[in-house]
Design a protein around this ligand. Structure first.
Ligand SMILES: [Zn+2]
Length: 151
């Protein structure tokens, strides 16, 4: 499987989130052997939990599956630039590689805003690859918010 197919899976999670009325963001975590060990979409509204971002839910599930608080060697694919909270969680989990889609000028915390991985206090910095399938991710988000404004 290539990185584009993992991102397709993350986009599927984002579409499912939109169908639940959640902001369409999806995440997938891949173990060092290439197995998908977790996949999740946003569930903040469903769970009444502002921390239930796709990345956080996927990290929780992957850590539970691994029986470890750390995900060394794992890769995380997410359709949107992680926010500062998720970037901190990705660092704490020791995720090896982060692939994300669209950049997020509003809440992104990787390439802009808090730039979590650029801080001296950030003890683990993943390899970051951006703009993977970004147009698809942007399209989902734009369609979601356009629909919300209509309602
Ligand atoms: Zn987040």
């Amino acid at each position: 499987m290539s990185f584009t197919s993992y991102m397709s899976q993350a986009l599927e999670e984002a579409r499912a989130a939109a169908a639940r009325g959640e902001v369409p963001v999806g995440a997938v975590i891949v173990a060092p052997d290439g197995q998908v060990v977790a996949q999740a979409g946003n569930r903040t509204r469903e769970l009444n939990d502002p921390t239930a971002h796709a990345e956080v839910l996927a990290i929780r599930a992957a850590c539970a599956a691994a029986g470890s608080e750390r995900l060394g060697g794992h890769a995380l694919y997410v359709t949107l630039e992680p926010c500062a909270m998720c970037a901190a969680a990705i660092s704490a989990a020791r995720v090896a590689r982060l692939y994300y889609g669209a950049s997020d000028p509003k809440s992104g915390g990787v390439a802009q805003g808090a730039r979590v991985f650029s801080h001296a206090q950030c003890h683990h910095v993943p390899d970051v690859y951006d703009a993977i399938a970004a147009p698809e991710s942007e399209h989902l988000l734009k369609a979601f918010f356009a629909e919300k404004r209509k309602g």
